[in-house]
Design a protein around this ligand. Structure first.
Ligand code: NAG
Ligand code: NAG
Ligand code: NAG
Length: 880
């Protein structure tokens, strides 16, 4: 085989080409300390029929006498789409424009090359969470940030929930949250709470509602914001949540405005359907420790909630597949007791035979239906939990999907729960969506058991099956999803559409669903006048809400469909989503928002270049940090060389950093037998950091030599030089080259990477990381990846070379670390015990722009205990 037994990667942090990142220390400067006063922050929300438009406005002034960086840092619900962003600096507004993502990038790069700075706002699916913008403003200058986002509030457990993250980071003179809700059906309850709300603050939340209107205001004074009397710290830090529900005199509600309609369906007081649940649970080795404990805990709680007319079973998969019972089992008290014993005894073993587990589960469910062993009117559900990637049985995810889809045949929804960061979430999502279910992440944290249970609660009360909402086909275009496998109590089905004839103003809908005892079937009729009447009293609500709600829902569903689509279908879906996103100005995964500042402010692109006092607006830098629900992608260790050592037999990786000074040269690979050496020289940021410990370093120069072949290859971020004896050849990164000479093959992929093979076939890939030229701090740097390391001898050493030999480790005692998102553990390696921390590093081979997150165990202190000797042993005097 061509892959080595052990792959060793050395890679570096990429500075985003598109979005300028900021120096770490800048985040630490609290604006108030730094002379920046945020004097106003307002969060204004307007909700019309579940559709919410939120505007966050933050105003700041630089009270100091030098330029200062002002940050606008907000977190948005992952289901929201940004629709507008603007900055106003000293009275001049810089609006954001929505662009196709590629076009936006070009625009940004054009602006940058012209010496302007520009901001780019991009979104990454529904995982988008954090939005950070910084702007450098002159002394005595003011800046206003305004961000708008929209979302459809979903009903869960009987309530619509709106969530606002509050974190002004300093006392704000004029702080206000103002929420207005208009629901034509009438509001039945309205709650508002904040995780940071103390008894004293409780009275500051003003809440009123009557009939169709609800209003919430939260406006704490400066003193009320203090953590204690005379303290300058703000206690506003946490989640502000609003929940409400509407009256339901009929099972559904249809609204028609301006040629669009929206149909809400949430019947109440129906008897529950009995359910047949198959739990397919991963017990592979990687689940050991907290994950399996939390899974047991959640399953025990779930067993307490299973109803006596339900049927259930457990399938466990490690290297093998184990079933608790050969059939579905009725939830009698005795069976539940037996199940509890079984669950308590669940332990981990081996690898991940996800395919075997899934197929067994489906087989048991299919048999129960075929043998008419479960009631005809009952809802069947498969819940699968995994924390890894399939590697036993069929491990090709495409093949698994094909088999699973064929076996389920649309009969039951499949819910895939991905535990932690080692899962192939894309695969889980595709497989669930293809089978009428959904995927959910379970975040490894102290509340993982609750997350699991919470998911079960969402799907534990099916009230209807095969819900179909029929609209007259010839009258409607652009209908969103209108058939649903299950309807769960406490949720709501929303369908929207557009009339083929814009002047049509009435609609008749047939609704049908299979209930526990009989069929629910009725017809609803509505016209635009009735809707208008229901809306009479509203004055503030945006008039196009149904059209935007329709666009939001359509985009959301098309994006979902696109996840599992391929080829022409995917292209068509992409085109459709792009079209709608541009038309309705939604920042979706296919669009970006660009903020460009006028041309007359040139030259001051970098925040580090701000030397002249009193310049009007020296620079605008935007920095968007895209995250999943926890800051995974956002988590970056700036600079220092990251070493990732993958350990295939453990399906895991070890990583460490080496912190040395710019100019130092490290021995990476040294093989006395083949004569190959690889050394790397460190460079630092453009501007030296006064604190030597937080100095960022990168590899700026790599020297690869073969002393027996008298070959030396020097690679910098600018050029590639080959010295063959006395003969010298040089290329730049702008060249595309394939060079073959004795003992050397070199392929340069213009501005991307180069592949180098030497002597007997040991190969290296060097990736060029280009940083935005005017980046205040970072400069271009290199990453090194080794291929075919088995072509090197057993005597190979060096910071990387030593790991070409098989290495094994054991992880024990996973426990919470100083960062709640990153647990610590004890690693037994080379007969030593090390304290390690779970983290992520990026592998840039497949995706040179963004990298792919690789979970790994991080060894602290320059890899102390992991590398042979101490890290300073690897310092060498020169590149060759
Ligand atoms: C975006 O916000 C700016 C500033 O409030 C406003 O002038 C502009 O009209 C808004 N754009 C859209 C499309 O709503
Ligand atoms: C707050 O500061 C004022 C003025 O310095 C002082 O009189 C008062 O006692 C302080 N209050 C507390 C609770 O420390
Ligand atoms: C994609 O769109 C084109 C043009 O509208 C259409 O002819 C084609 O059938 C579509 N293909 C698929 C797979 O939907």
């Amino acid at each position: 085989t061509t892959t080595s037994f052990l792959t060793v990667l050395l890679l570096l942090q990429e500075a985003d080409l598109v979005i300028a990142s900021l120096p770490k220390e800048a985040h630490l400067l609290l604006p108030v300390v730094n002379g920046i006063e945020i004097y106003s922050m307002k969060i204004d929300s307007k909700v019309t029929s579940r559709f919410a438009r939120n505007v966050i406005t933050s105003r700041a002034v630089n009270r100091g006498n030098v330029h200062k960086e002002v940050f606008f840092d907000v977190e948005l619900p992952k289901t929201a789409f940004i629709t507008n962003f603007s900055m106003t600096i000293d009275g001049v507004t810089y609006p954001g424009y929505i662009k196709e993502k590629e076009a936006a990038k070009q625009e940004y790069e054009k602006a940058v090359s012209k010496g302007q700075t520009a901001g780019l706002v991009k979104a990454s699916g529904r995982k988008t969470e954090k939005f950070t913008v910084s702007v450098n403003i002159a002394a005595a200058s003011k800046v206003t940030f305004e961000l708008t986002y929209e979302e459809l509030l979903k009903r869960q457990f009987g309530k619509y929930e709106m969530f606002i993250k509050v974190k002004p980071k300093q006392l704000v003179k004029d702080f206000e949250i103002d929420i207005s809700i208009f629901e034509p059906q009438g509001i039945t309850e309205l709650e508002a709470e904040g995780t940071f709300i103390t008894n004293d603050l409780q009275n500051v939340i003003k809440k009123t509602f009557s009939d169709k209107k609800g209003h919430i205001s939260f406006k704490p004074t400066l003193d009320q914001q203090r953590t204690c009397a005379n303290c300058s710290q703000s206690l506003l830090d946490g989640d502000f949540t609003v929940k409400y529900d509407v009256k339901r005199t009929t099972p559904d509600n249809l609204q028609i405005v301006n040629g669009y309609f929206v149909h809400f369906f949430a019947p109440t007081n129906l008897p529950q359907l009995p359910k047949n649940i198959i739990f397919v649970i991963d017990i592979s080795g990687s689940m050991s420790g907290r994950e399996i404990e939390q899974t047991r805990e959640a399953l025990l709680k779930i067993l307490d909630d299973i109803r006596d007319d339900d049927f259930f079973n457990f399938i466990l998969f490690g290297s093998d597949v184990h079933t608790w019972k050969e059939k579905l089992i009725k939830a009698t008290p005795e069976n539940l007791d037996e199940a509890r014993k079984f669950v308590r005894g669940i332990d981990t073993e081996g690898m991940t035979n996800l395919y075997g587990g899934m197929m067994k589960g489906i087989e048991i469910l299919n048999a129960a239906h075929e043998e008419k062993f479960v009631p005809k009117r009952s809802a069947s559900i498969i819940i699968m939990l995994t924390d890894g990637q399939p590697n036993v049985g069929i491990s090709n995810t495409e093949d698994i999907r094909t088999h699973v889809k064929k076996a389920i045949e649309g009969k039951y929804p499949l819910y895939n729960l991905g535990f932690g960061y080692g899962v192939d979430y894309g695969f889980l999502e595709k497989m669930a969506l293809e089978n009428k279910g959904l995927a959910r992440r379970i975040y490894p944290d102290s509340d993982s058991a609750l997350q699991l249970q919470g998911f079960y609660d969402e799907v534990s009360n099916p009230m209807l099956m095969d819900v179909e909402l029929h609209y007259p086909e010839n009258e409607i275009s652009g209908l969103t999803k209108n058939s649903f496998k299950h309807f769960y109590d406490g949720s709501e089905i929303v369908v929207a559409g557009r009339f083929a004839d814009i002047n049509q103003n009435s609609l008749t809908v047939d609704v049908k669903g299979e209930g526990a005892n009989d069929v629910l079937s009725f017809t609803t009729q509505q016209d635009a006048e009735q809707t208008a009447k229901a809306f009479q009293e509203q004055e503030y609500i945006f008039g196009d809400y149904i059209e935007r709600l329709w666009a939001y829902l359509t985009i959301e569903q098309l994006l979902e469909k696109r996840t599992a689509a391929t080829g022409e279908e995917k292209e068509n879906l992409t085109a459709e989503v792009l079209d709608l996103s541009l038309k309705y100005k939604f920042v979706t995964p296919l669009t970006s928002m660009v903020v460009t500042k006028p041309e007359d402010y040139d030259n001051q692109a970098g925040i580090a270049d701000k030397t002249t006092e009193g310049t009007l607006v020296p620079s605008i830098t935007l920095n968007l940090c895209i995250t999943k629900q926890t800051p995974v992608i956002c988590f970056t260790v700036d600079g220092d060389p990251h070493f990732i050592i993958s350990v295939p037999q453990k399906e895991d990786a070890i990583c460490f950093n080496i912190n040395e000074k710019p100019g130092d040269v490290l021995s990476l690979i040294n093989d006395p037998v083949t004569g190959i050496t690889v050394n790397g020289e460190l460079i630092g940021d453009k501007r030296a950091n006064s604190d030597a410990n937080s100095q960022n370093t990168y590899f700026g120069k790599l020297g690869i030599a073969n002393k027996y072949l008298n070959l030396k290859v020097t690679v910098t971020s600018e050029k590639i030089t080959i010295q063959n004896g006395n003969e010298k050849t040089a290329f730049t990164w702008l060249d595309s080259v394939t060079l073959q000479q004795e003992g050397l093959t070199l392929i340069i992929n213009k501005e991307k990477n180069l592949v180098l093979s030497m002597g007997d076939g040991a190969s290296f890939v060097i990736v060029l990381h280009q940083v935005w030229k005017k980046h205040p701090l970072h400069q271009d740097f290199l990453g090194l990846y080794t291929l075919k390391s088995h072509k090197l001898s057993e005597q190979t050493h060096g910071l990387l070379g030593q790991f070409f030999h098989p290495i094994d480790f054991t992880i024990l005692e996973i426990h919470p670390g100083s960062d709640p998102k990153k647990p610590d553990a004890t690693m037994i390696i080379k007969n030593k015990e090390l304290t390690v921390t779970r983290g992520w590093q990026k592998d840039y081979r497949k995706d040179p722009k963004h990298g792919i997150d690789i979970p790994c165990w991080f060894v602290h202190n320059n890899g102390a205990g992991l590398v042979d000797g101490v890290h300073t042993d690897y310092l060498v005097s020169s590149l060759f």
